[in-house]
Design a protein around this ligand. Structure first.
Ligand SMILES: Cc1ncc(COP(=O)(O)O)c(C=O)c1O
Length: 408
């Protein structure tokens, strides 16, 4: 395979292994739905991973050894992640700052466990992926929410200071922002960093979507804008969205320094064998970072086409408002609910149209998600087109019955 163009064949309509997905893709997706339901739910690709990743796993399997690994991660993994941070994110770091974690979500949980005491507060975006609140609350903390415009993705930065209390310890930053699809601009990052400095807050800096950014937008890491702010950043990186390794449960945290990494390893219980990441998963991640660049470029090109297709289809639906995501493969249109609650609307789409999407409900994204639905476009053109056609039918049917639009 040479170059992204050749790799583009990986994302053709006939490359979605539906039968296998129906057995293996859980978390609201194919294996969690009746066979005739199309899931545009959890952000997880419908395609096989890069051949180079499969080959690396097969090589290790052929060797037949699956020994305990080192507590903070395999040296090759920590080194590959440090290079990724330095070259890919513009955040110079060595392997001593990298902790292997069993998924970005686990990284978020470990960071909160390390930095928060029961009753402490963290400021998170609203709407944002539920994992922020889940990680904070798992550590006994409480979230206070910074409003984000769910269509434009603009942050209410002028509200930040009013959210601070004597218990505030942490600022959660999701960049690019799931579900809104916004890629934060440098001045916003500067403002967030200055705010954290002013109030002496640590930063849970979630960058799991940083490889999925559409031109002309450009990803800038919060940890790259200012040296002092970098010292506050606990940056979470993942392999689920970019390389499709969600089921291998692997990610990494780049700690502010080596001592922070050691403390995080203790909080994650990796210094005992109660915590830690499967070595096979780390080997797969290294193969992805070192050999799947063309595959990733082709994945991004496919996603850009999918995004444009989806935005055009959504914009043509009655009463639906949508903005093209700048990054991520999540869409967050405002959809008339005609008096139905978010869960009821989604259940109706599932029952009548055989389409599964994620409701704009507080439990998924916070109260700021009201009136919206989240859908993903990490599938084939054919499946996305059919899924959107089902959504159109559902939206039109409701508009026909409901008359007046009462939101959300
Ligand atoms: C913003 C954000 N953070 C973290 C995660 C979790 O990623 P992982 O599969 O590596 O745990 C997700 C997955 O949807 C996400 O959207």
């Amino acid at each position: 395979m040479s170059g992204a163009e050749g790799a583009g064949g990986f994302f053709a309509n006939d490359q979605v292994p539906l039968e296998a997905l129906r057995r293996q893709a859980f978390n609201l997706r194919w294996a969690s739905q009746p066979d005739d339901v199309i899931p545009l739910t959890a952000a997880d690709p419908d395609f096989a991973v890069a051949p180079v990743v499969r080959e690396a796993i097969a090589r290790q399997a052929a060797e037949g050894l699956f020994c305990y690994g080192p507590a903070a991660g395999l040296p090759a993994f920590r080194e590959a992640c440090a290079r990724w941070s330095t070259e890919g994110r513009g955040v110079a770091c060595g392997p001593e700052r990298v902790l292997a974690v069993d998924g970005a979500a686990a990284g978020m949980r470990h960071i909160c466990r390390l930095l928060l005491r029961p009753g402490d507060e963290a400021i998170v975006f609203d709407p944002v992926d539920f994992l922020f609140a889940a990680a904070v609350e798992a550590a006994g903390g409480r979230v206070r929410r910074l409003p984000v415009d769910p269509l434009s993705g603009e942050l209410a930065l002028d509200r930040l200071d009013s959210l601070v209390t004597p218990r505030t310890r942490l600022l959660g930053v999701c960049n690019p922002l799931n579900p809104v699809g916004r890629v934060l601009r440098e001045p916003e990052l500067v403002a967030l960093g200055a705010f954290a400095e002013r109030h002496n807050l640590a930063i849970l800096n979630d960058e799991v979507w940083a490889d999925i950014v559409f031109a002309p937008h450009r990803f800038v890491s919060l940890a790259a804008v200012d040296g002092a702010v970098a010292k506050r950043c606990w940056s979470v990186q993942g392999f689920s969205k970019n390389y499709g390794l969600a089921g291998l449960r692997v990610g990494c945290v780049v700690a502010p320094d080596a001592a922070g990494c050691t403390a995080l390893a203790q909080a994650a219980l990796t210094d005992t064998t109660m915590g830690g990441v499967a070595t096979l998963s780390q080997i797969a991640a290294v193969a992805a970072l070192e050999g799947a660049g063309d595959w990733l470029a082709a994945w991004l090109a496919h996603l850009q086409g999918q995004r444009d297709r989806a935005v055009a289809a959504l914009a043509a639906m009655p009463g639906v408002l949508v903005r093209p995501p700048e990054g991520t493969y999540t869409l967050f249109p405002r959809v008339p609910h005609h008096g139905l609650g978010p869960e009821a609307l989604v259940e109706r789409l599932r029952q009548r149209q055989r389409l599964a999407v994620v409701p704009g409900a507080p439990r998924w994204f916070g109260p700021g998600a009201a009136g919206h639905l989240r859908l993903v476009f990490s599938t084939s053109e054919a499946i996305l087109t059919e899924g959107l056609e089902r959504l159109r039918r559902g939206v039109e049917e409701l508009a026909g019955e409901g008359g007046e639009t009462v939101g959300p």
